[in-house]
Design a protein around this ligand. Structure first.
Ligand SMILES: [Zn+2]
Length: 435
C-alpha cells in the first residue's frame, strides 16, 4: 500500500524504500533484480537533483484585463436581474470578455466575489438582487464606466460566467455536498452514449474565469510504434497528429495546454503523467488507436473512451493489457489489485463524466461528415498511464488502425482535425458542467 501511495503522490523517497525492499526480497529468492537496481539508482539521483533545485515558484498570476474608464453620458447596461440561480446583465451592445473582470476577496468572515463590468447602469443604487443560498448581492456604479456586482457569501462559491451576444450571465452552480464521498454506483457505470443530445458549439460563447490546464499525452512514440495497421500505418503517427491539432485548438480556446511529446520520441509510461502533475493540470488525456488481430480486422471498428478504474469487462482488460505492455514495471496481480483499490472515488467519477463528454462530442463532430462512425461507448479499464495522474484522466481510442477503412481515415488530416475538434468541445462541455 505504501508503494502505491508513493507513486500516486509522486513521492520519490517512498518509492525508493519500496524498491529497496523488492531488491532485497529478490536477492533472497535468487531473482534477477538488476532492473529494479537501475530504477533505484535513477530515483536516488532524481532525489538528489530535487534537493538542489530551488523551491517551486508560485503560479504566475494572469494579468487582469484592464477596465478603462471612458467618459460617457449614455447608459450602456439595460438590465441587471436574477433568475434561476443566475445573475443576468443585459447590455445595449455586443459584449466580449473585455467587458468583465472577475476577482475574489477572501476575509475571515466572508468571501466577496467581485464582477467588474465595463458599462454604466441607471438603476445601480436601488437594485437589490437575491439568490437562494447566497447571503448578499450588491450592485454598485463604482465609476462612470464601471459597474460592480459584489456577491457576499460565507461558503465558497464557484461562479462561472457566460458571455453571449449582448448578455453576460453569472452562474452559481449548486453548492455540492462535499461530505458525501460515497458515489452512487449508477453514476460510474459505463454507458453507451448517443450523439443526439449534444448541445451545438455552446463552447464558443464560454469564458472561464480561470484558465484551465490540460495535458495531452500522445501515446507511444520512437521505438514503440503502438499498433500497426495495414500498409504500415502506425498508431504513434496518428495519435501525434491528432494530439497536435488538439493542442492548437485548445490554445485558441484559451486553455493552458501541454503535450507530452511533439515529435516521434519514446517516453516511458510512468513519465507521461509527471508533466500533468507538475503542471497541476485540471485534466489529463491520453490519445491512442486500437487494433485487433487480422481475423477480426474487417469487422471491428469505432471510437472508445476509457477512464481508469478496476476493469470489470474482459474487453476492457484486453485493451488495457495491450496499452500497458510497452513499458511498465512488472507488477504482480496482487499489486495491481491494491493499486486500483487506492484510487480516489471522486476522481473516478469526474473521469467518467469527462469521458462521456469527450466521447459524445467526438461522435457528434465526426458523424456530421462520416455517418458510419461507430460508437464503442465509454468504458473503464486499468490503464497504467492514467494511474499516476492526480487529476481526472481519460484514455481515448480514436479508432481501430487494424480496420482497412478506419485506418485510412485515421491517416486523413481532415478526419484527424474533426476528431480533435470533437475532443476539444467535449472538454469545454465538461468544464462548463464541472467548473
Ligand atoms: Zn496505444
Amino acid at each position: 500500500m505504501s508503494y502505491l501511495r508513493a507513486v500516486l503522490k509522486n513521492d520519490t523517497a517512498l518509492e525508493i524504500s519500496h524498491l529497496k525492499k523488492i531488491i532485497s526480497l529478490g536477492k533472497q529468492l535468487n531473482i534477477n533484480t538488476s532492473k529494479y537496481e537501475n530504477e533505484l539508482l535513477k530515483l536516488t539521483k532524481k532525489q538528489q537533483d530535487k534537493k538542489t533545485l530551488p523551491e517551486i515558484k508560485p503560479k504566475k498570476q494572469e494579468p487582469k484585463p484592464q477596465i478603462t474608464s471612458i467618459e460617457s453620458s449614455k447608459y450602456t447596461i439595460e438590465k441587471v436581474y436574477t433568475k434561476d440561480n443566475m445573475i443576468i446583465i443585459d447590455f445595449y451592445h455586443q459584449v466580449s470578455k473585455n467587458h468583465i473582470n472577475y476577482e475574489i476577496e477572501k476575509t475571515k468572515y466572508a468571501n466577496y466575489y467581485l464582477f467588474n463590468l465595463k458599462g454604466s447602469f441607471k438603476d445601480a443604487e436601488p437594485t437589490k438582487l437575491e439568490l437562494t443560498n447566497i447571503n448578499r448581492i450588491y450592485v454598485l456604479q463604482k465609476q462612470t464606466n464601471l459597474l460592480q456586482i459584489k456577491v457576499k457569501n460565507k461558503n465558497s462559491l464557484k461562479p462561472i460566467y457566460i458571455i453571449n451576444n449582448k448578455r453576460i450571465i453569472i452562474k452559481f452552480p449548486t453548492i455540492q455536498n462535499t461530505t458525501n464521498n460515497i458515489v452512487n454506483k449508477t453514476t460510474t457505470t459505463t454507458s453507451k452514449t448517443t450523439s443526439k443530445n449534444v448541445p451545438k458549439d455552446i463552447a464558443l460563447s464560454i469564458n472561464k474565469y480561470k484558465k484551465k490546464i490540460v495535458v495531452i499525452d500522445a501515446g507511444h512514440g520512437g521505438k514503440d510504434a503502438g499498433a500497426v495497421g495495414p500498409g504500415d500505418k502506425y498508431e504513434k503517427t496518428v495519435v501525434l497528429s491528432i494530439g497536435k491539432y488538439l493542442y492548437n485548438i485548445l490554445k485558441q480556446k484559451g486553455y493552458e495546454v501541454y503535450i507530452t511529446r511533439n515529435n516521434d520520441r519514446f517516453i516511458k509510461v510512468r513519465n507521461r503523467t509527471v508533466l500533468a502533475n507538475n503542471k497541476n493540470a485540471d485534466i489529463f488525456l491520453s490519445i491512442h488507436a486500437n487494433s485487433v488481430p487480422k481475423s477480426k480486422a474487417h469487422t471491428i471498428h469505432g471510437i472508445e473512451t476509457f477512464f481508469l478504474s478496476p476493469a470489470r469487462s474482459e474487453r476492457a482488460k484486453r485493451v488495457a493489457a495491450k496499452e500497458n505492455q510497452s513499458d511498465i514495471r512488472t507488477m504482480s496481480d496482487a499489486t495491481q489489485e491494491s493499486f486500483l483499490m487506492v484510487l480516489n472515488q471522486s476522481k473516478i467519477t469526474a473521469s467518467n463524466k469527462l469521458a462521456i463528454d469527450v466521447q459524445q462530442n467526438m461522435l457528434y463532430s465526426l458523424q456530421k461528415k462520416y455517418k458510419d462512425v461507430v460508437d464503442g461507448g465509454v468504458r473503464e479499464g486499468p490503464f497504467w498511464v492514467l494511474v499516476g495522474a492526480q487529476m481526472p484522466s481519460i484514455l481515448i481510442e480514436v479508432g481501430y488502425i487494424s480496420h482497412p477503412k478506419e485506418s485510412k481515415r485515421l491517416y486523413n488530416r481532415y478526419y484527424q482535425e474533426l476528431l480533435a475538434k470533437g475532443i476539444a468541445n467535449g472538454i469545454d462541455s465538461y468544464f462548463l458542467k464541472n467548473p
